[in-house]
Design a protein around this ligand. Structure first.
Ligand SMILES: Cc1cc2nc3c(=O)[nH]c(=O)nc-3n(C[C@H](O)[C@H](O)[C@H](O)COP(=O)(O)OP(=O)(O)OC[C@H]3O[C@@H](n4cnc5c(N)ncnc54)[C@H](O)[C@@H]3O)c2cc1C
Ligand SMILES: O=C([O-])CC(=O)C(=O)O
Length: 341
């Protein structure tokens, strides 16, 4: 049976990780990634890259937990290998702190991260405005390094990569058997999906090598995340704001909020401002769709809408997308067999 030709649209975290998973798990296919932007110019490059899940309201918790666990285990294995520095993965310990006791004292992901516990009174003394906290160790990606590492994996696996904007998925019908749509916020235009909307995030990437413990305010707005090459200071969450221009007032506000939690950041150097649009949706769209045009069919697998939590679940959603691609291949093989009989 001839190899099925698969096009993956999008070269952010989700497109690259899905293409890698497909190329490693399905032998009877060839994989091509097509995207108008690549690292370092995607939303995924801007992210802090911390593995702390955000809850998707439209997805059962057991499913989200499984995606997180698969992602955590995958990156933990890389972290424990000689690939860790190339892939930009590090383990980081720290605190998530709350001004009032949260409803969820034990979040669903507490037994996936390492050493989860409540903070002690002694630890909380550092944060006089906060009454409660959780201490744990998790993983962090240096996002541009991780995206380059995924691109390298793709090329080693014999995948093709093309720079091109797709106006309509149907353009791919003449050359490809199956399309995997990982276009993130681009799906609003490409699929006409009005459920997906931007949540603008502005962060600062600073040089402060003495900061090696993360701090996240439980409201999710303020965070200090030390990584391999810099410390990410966040942030903003501006719903339906499409502006990619840095806002100087937000930068000052982020810096002040972070310094209030970690005063030594006043000495941070080399402050760079980055802005990204989180591709937000009530639920990640992870499903098959058959496009039909003039009686011809094009199977599509969607994998987009990861919002604030793409890094935390990407390997799990890539695995699920690959399973759906496998189902499309089985259906195509079944129908070509029938046609021959
Ligand atoms: C400030 C900020 C901080 C964040 N921090 C974290 C964090 O700490 N932890 C975490 O888990 N998540 C975090 N996130 C969320 C995470 O960045 C996203 O969930 C993830 O990057 C989404 O990846 P993606 O591949 O879907 O999107 P993108 O990176 O936007 O990739 C989409 C790709 O599709 C391509 N594309 C779109 N339309 C078309 C088209 N028509 N034709 C061709 N190509 C197309 C684009 O060029 C791009 O390559 C953060 C996000 C932001 C903005
Ligand atoms: O909330 C966090 O800790 C970081 C993040 O995912 C974001 O800013 O989207």
């Amino acid at each position: 049976m001839a190899k099925q030709k698969i096009a993956v649209v999008g070269a952010g975290l989700i497109g690259l990780s899905t293409a890698v998973y497909i190329s490693e798990s399905i032998s009877k296919c060839s994989v091509t990634v097509i995207s108008d932007k690549f690292t370092p110019n995607t939303t995924s490059d801007v992210a802090a890259g911390m593995l702390i899940p955000h809850t998707y309201q439209g997805i059962p918790i057991h499913q989200q937990k499984q995606w997180f666990r698969e992602t955590f285990d995958y990156l933990f294995e890389i972290n424990n290998s000689s690939e860790a520095s190339d892939a930009g993965i590090n383990l980081v310990s720290g605190w998530q702190i709350f001004k009032t006791i949260p409803d969820e004292v034990l979040p669903f992901w507490s037994d996936v991260v390492l050493g989860f516990r409540s903070m002690t009174e002694e630890e909380l003394k550092k944060f006089p405005q906060h009454r409660f906290g959780q201490a744990f160790t998790t993983l962090k990606c240096d996002c541009p390094s991780y995206l380059l590492w995924l691109e390298k994996r793709l090329k080693e696996n014999g995948c093709q990569v093309y720079a091109r904007r797709i106006e309509d998925l149907w353009e791919l019908h003449s050359k490809y058997d199956i399309v995997v749509n990982c276009s993130g916020i681009g799906s609003r235009e490409l699929m006409g999906d009005l459920e997906i909307h931007p949540v603008r995030g502005q962060v600062l990437k600073v040089d402060a090598p003495w900061v090696n413990h993360f701090i996240r305010d439980g409201d999710g707005l303020t965070y200090i995340y030390p990584g391999i090459h810099n410390v990410t200071l966040g942030g903003t969450r501006q719903k339906d704001n499409w502006s990619l221009s840095p806002d100087p007032r937000s930068s000052k506000d982020i810096f002040d909020r972070c310094c209030a939690l970690e005063p030594s950041l006043q000495r941070a150097q080399d402050i760079k401002v980055r802005v990204g649009l989180r591709p937000s949706r009530l639920a990640v769209r992870l499903q098959k769709e058959i496009l039909v045009h003039d009686g011809k069919k094009l199977p599509v697998v969607h994998n987009y809408g990861h919002g604030s939590g793409g890094f935390s679940v990407h390997r799990g959603t890539a695995k699920e997308a690959a399973r759906l691609v496998g189902e499309c291949i089985a259906a195509l093989e079944g129908s070509s067999l029938k046609a021959k009989l």
